[in-house]
Design a protein around this ligand. Structure first.
Ligand SMILES: CC(C)(COP(=O)(O)OP(=O)(O)OC[C@H]1O[C@@H](n2cnc3c(N)ncnc32)[C@H](O)[C@@H]1OP(=O)(O)O)[C@@H](O)C(=O)NCCC(=O)NCCS
Length: 371
């Protein structure tokens, strides 16, 4: 390529480091990963971008742009139809990204959590517990948008060591010593932080809440911050202790994404769209033709079956919007009525009720695409 030569180094499974080099000099580098992310019942092949870096004496020469464009091509070749990243402010719009996830934080006072009863045994997880914890994660999140499909050989070690100080992985077990839930916790400067929590019963929630409260008290921190989406059942459970939510919608920062391959993205959405139509009990015969700055693609709806079409049909509804707006709709970040009022978006009035069924609002949270 024009700027230099691309050197791709595979890291772990489905992750790579890509360097842009010229005559042995590193001009820019980035880390990429391929994940499978859920949007309800759909599994979307999703690229993750992290650690983009240009050495200071090589900045503003277009190397990050060249590498980002090459990264998008690379991820497309790997079958990814969308890409996500945790963004520094005011930079990634240069590469077609927009905000697609809010940031949710749940806060509960440490002393209140200690009112929860320790009904089940909670202990530190051991290495051999991890497959059962992976199963618990996948089971609890099986239809939750914004979560990743973790393979059975996936290990929590990456998350435990992600951030300083290292996290503690707690495991709660039922009376027959089977995994009933887990939480990954660590201290932060002014709060005790629970990075991930999943459990399958109220007794498991109660026991984890107590164990987390005890640990937070030992560190002297007065409040616990849980990283959870606003509809997570643990958030509902915590109402009894008094809780506070913080929701941030950033502009050009944090959880950002874009579509890489529009026809493939629409095809991957089909299982969830079919489910949503079925649940709504609507029976439709319609053709939706999405016209974006990166091309067009369509969906045909017959009864409650959804399929992708390659060519526009004469009676199709043309929906003009950006590729990021389509991703925002699919993730439930924006509503159809809000999107329809945005400059440059065109949604035929008659198509709106159907689109509202297909793209309802949803409190999805940004997954750890670098995990
Ligand atoms: C951010 C960084 C990767 C940019 O690299 P770069 O090689 O200088 O970027 P480019 O020259 O390819 O610039 C691409 C575009 O972004 C703009 N840009 C560059 N640095 C920017 C910054 N820090 N903030 C906002 N815009 C920036 C350029 O003006 C250019 O816009 P244009 O194409 O419309 O003219 C580099 O400054 C860096 O390594 N920073 C420290 C690490 C970091 O923050 N990485 C991001 C992790 S999410």
């Amino acid at each position: 390529m024009k700027n230099g030569e691309l050197i791709v180094t595979p890291k772990a499974d489905d992750s790579w480091m890509i360097r842009l080099d010229r005559n042995g000099e590193e001009l820019c580098r980035v880390e990429l990963a391929r994940k499978r992310m859920r949007i309800g019942r759909s599994r979307i092949a999703t690229g993750g971008v992290s650690a983009l870096y240009t050495p200071p004496d090589r900045r503003m020469e277009g190397h990050a742009r060249a590498l980002m464009e090459a990264s998008h091509d690379f991820l497309r070749q790997q079958g990814c139809s969308i890409v996500l990243l945790n963004a520094i402010p005011d930079f990634y719009h240069h590469f077609g990204y927009d905000v697609v996830f809010p940031v949710y934080r749940l806060f509960v006072k440490t002393d209140r959590l200690m009112h929860a009863r320790r009904l089940l045994n909670v202990r530190r997880a051991r290495k051999k517990d991890e497959p059962a914890l992976v199963r618990c994660y996948n089971q609890c999140n099986r239809y939750r948008s914004g979560t990743l499909v973790r393979r059975m050989d996936w290990r929590f070690t990456n998350l435990v060591n992600f951030g300083r100080p290292p996290g503690t992985l707690l495991r709660v077990e039922d009376k027959r010593q089977r995994v009933a839930g887990y939480a990954l916790c660590r201290t932060r400067s002014d709060r005790y932080f629970v990075q991930e929590l999943n459990a399958c019963s109220p007794a498991a929630f109660e026991s984890l809440a107590n164990a987390i409260g005890m640990r937070a008290r030992r560190t002297g921190l007065e409040r616990v911050h849980f990283k959870l989406p606003i509809d997570h059942p643990f958030g509902e459970f915590c109402k009894r202790f008094g809780s506070e939510w913080e929701i941030q919608h950033h502009v050009n920062a944090e959880g950002m994404g874009r579509v890489l391959d529009l026809p493939r993205f629409l095809a991957a959405l089909r299982p969830e769209l079919t489910y949503r139509l079925g649940k709504s009990a609507r029976s439709e015969n319609a053709c939706l033709w999405f016209v974006t700055e990166m091309g067009s693609a369509g969906l045909k709806i017959a009864g409650n079956a959804v399929r992708r079409i390659r060519k526009r049909e004469t009676d199709a509804w043309d929906i003009a919007l950006s590729q990021t707006m389509l991703l925002q709709l699919a993730l439930g970040y924006r509503t159809v009525s809000d999107a329809a009022n945005e400059k440059g978006v065109r949604v035929p009035r008659l198509a709106r009720p159907l689109l509202e069924v297909l793209f309802p609002p949803s409190p999805a949270m940004m997954p750890m695409v670098v995990e």
